[in-house]
Design a protein around this ligand. Sequence first.
Ligand SMILES: [Ca+2]
Length: 207
Amino acid sequence: MKQFLVFFMLTFGLLLAGCSDEEELSHEMEELEGQISELQEENAELKKENHALQAKLDEQNAYIASLDVVKEAVTYETIMPQSITQYPQSFFSKAESDLDQDGEKEIIELYVDAAKMDNGEFAWDDGQPWLLVVKDEGKTYPLFHDYVQLGSLKFWVMEREQERSILLLNTGMGLFHLQSFTFDEEKGGYVPKTHFNPELTFLLHPY
Ligand SMILES: [Ca+2]
C-alpha cells in the first residue's frame, strides 16, 4: 500500500510538472506570435513609407528632368530676327563680318545702358542692361539682351573650319560665360552654344 502511494504521488507530481511546462510554452508561443504580429505591422508601415518616398523621389526626378529640358531649350534655342523697340542709351562697339557667308557683310553692334560723359568715359553703375545685335538687311538678331551685374560684355568675330561665329564673353558677378553664336541657314537664325560657364567664378585680376 505504501509503495502504491509513493507511485501515485510521483505520477501526480510528474503530471503537474508537465502541465506547468505546457502552460509556459503556450505563454511563450503567444508572446512570440504577438511579436511577429507587431513586426508584420511595422514591416507594412515601412513598406508604405518606402512607397511614399519612392513616389516623392520619382516626382523630384521628373522635375529635375523637366528643368534639364528647359535648360537645354534656353541654351540651344535659335535666335530669330526680332524688332527691338528700345535700345540701351549708349553705343559701345561695332564690327562687320559676313557671318552667313552670302557675300554681304553683317553689322554687329554692342550697346549698353550707361550714360557717356563729356570725356568719353561711361558712367558705370553696379550693373546695367547690355544688347548685342547682328543686323542683316533690315533683320535684327538680338544675340544677348540682358542685365550684367558688376561686369561687362566683350565679343570677337572668329573663323574656324570655314565657319564664322561670334564669341561673347560675359564677366558678370560670379560669371565667366563664354558663348558662340553661329548662323544656321536652315533655321534662319543664330544658334548659341556655351563653351565655358563654370558656376560661381569670381575674377580676382584684372578686376
Ligand atoms: Ca552676309
